[in-house]
Design a protein around this ligand. Structure first.
Ligand SMILES: N[C@@H](Cc1c[nH]c[nH+]1)C(=O)O
Length: 394
């Protein structure tokens, strides 16, 4: 038969076939268990919301990355690009009286128009937490320590967390005499780690050579504690120093959690969400050119929903973890099913009863749908990835 219709799935989406879906389920189950053991409660929100809700706290260009459509009354809806905004909405409205701090977690799909590649699709899955109503370094340290625990729980053995603070750059920017649009360009170049582009912007900026030097070196302020001393010298303004003091406080607590060996400072770290107001971080693992997880403090967003409250959180990309595990040779093979129940002609009722009994005992059982000889059943058992054969009759 001539086949002229090949169904395609939309750009930036993917299927999870059984083996991958199985791995995804295992990682997600472990993370749900971990988050709940740290006192976090799961929430589920709508896949799509009103566009104006999802734009709260986001940059002007955020809309370009959203999937938008209309409802029957012509109101603009969008698929959620992350869970931070929907959770801020819940915390500021329906859970307003719940008593701070609120600890919430989620495991869900989110949607962003991106240039799709392995580990970076337009629809992807995140596991994340939000800690709302807590302003201090204790909350930020908890988030980072739990991000480390999440990467470990997911099976990663080699990873690093890069830790920054958006006020470090904000302080330097405020001190410089750059216009708002020049500041945007500088930040964009820093996000891209585009040292050449940054140099060009600075050369035509009219700033003093010393200030140009500071700004040019922000992206390379990356390393262990020695970076701090350099940064203190570079940024004598109060906002930047406040940011460094805040990082020092968080770091001290990370040593109490025993995770400091995983943490580096990266004072040029700016994440691509505009809502961050304090510490920001990203987790990296070998073999992936982008972070596996990321997060930070966002103290202004809840006020936009009518309830002024600080917040911090992070999200981990499930496909990214799965890809990293695969590339690092750490993927676990899918577990075989326990039993294949096959039956000879006219024995289906007994086979159903046997399968039910085994399932009640906790076995994973596949039941044959047609009668088979014992020999054929043995072959099927292997083909169906079952560990044992239970043959009824004969
Ligand atoms: N929503 C952010 C992560 C985050 C959670 N809370 C704060 N930040 C992301 O998708 O990367």
């Amino acid at each position: 038969m001539k086949q002229d219709y090949v169904p395609q799935i939309p750009y930036g989406t993917r299927d999870f076939l059984p083996r991958e879906a199985g791995r995804k389920r295992v990682v997600e189950a472990g993370l749900a268990q971990l988050f709940s053991s740290w006192g976090y409660d799961e929430v589920v929100t709508p896949t799509f919301e009103y566009l104006e809700t999802l734009l709260v706290g986001s940059a002007n260009d955020a809309e370009q990355h959203m999937f938008k459509f209309l409802d029957k009354n012509n109101r603009i809806l969008a698929l959620r690009p992350d869970m931070t905004t929907p959770i801020a909405r819940i915390a500021a409205t329906r859970m307003r009286e719940a008593g701070a701090p609120l600890r919430l977690f989620y495991l869900t799909n989110v949607f962003r128009y991106e240039l799709a590649q392995a580990g970076r699709q337009c629809e992807f899955y995140q596991a994340g937490i939000e800690l709302l109503g807590a302003p201090g370094p204790a909350a930020d340290a908890e988030i980072i320590a739990l991000a480390v625990a999440a990467m470990q729980e997911a099976g990663l053995t080699q990873f690093q967390v890069s830790l920054g603070q958006v006020d470090f750059i904000n302080g330097i920017m405020a001190e410089s005499e750059l216009s708002a649009s020049q500041q945007q360009l500088v930040k964009a170049a820093i996000i891209r780690r585009d040292l050449v582009g940054l140099g060009e912007i600075l050369r035509t900026s009219g700033l003093s050579a010393a200030m140009q030097g500071f700004l040019q070196s922000i992206p390379v302020l990356h390393g262990r504690q020695e970076v701090f001393e350099q940064a203190y010298k570079m940024a004598p303004n109060a906002v930047s120093r406040g940011a460094l003091d805040n990082l020092a406080d968080i770091y001290r607590l990370l040593t109490s959690y025993g995770v400091e060996q995983h943490v580096n400072f990266d004072l040029g770290l700016i994440r691509d969400f505009d809502y961050y107001t304090g510490m920001v971080f990203e987790g990296y693992t070998p073999g992936l050119g982008f972070p596996v997880c990321g997060g930070g403090r966002y103290d202004k967003m809840l006020a936009s929903f009518g309830s002024d409250s600080p917040a911090t959180g992070f999200a981990l990309g499930i496909e990214r973890v799965l890809l990293a595990l695969e590339r690092q040779g750490l993927s676990t093979p899918p577990a075989a099913k326990d039993c294949y129940v096959a039956w000879q002609e006219n024995s289906l009722p007994e086979a159903i009863a046997a399968a039910n009994e085994l399932r009640a005992e906790g076995w994973r059982v596949e039941l044959a749908l047609e009668p088979q000889s014992r020999e054929d059943a043995a072959i099927s058992m292997c083909q169906r990835c079952c560990a044992k054969l239970h043959y009824i009759g004969g």
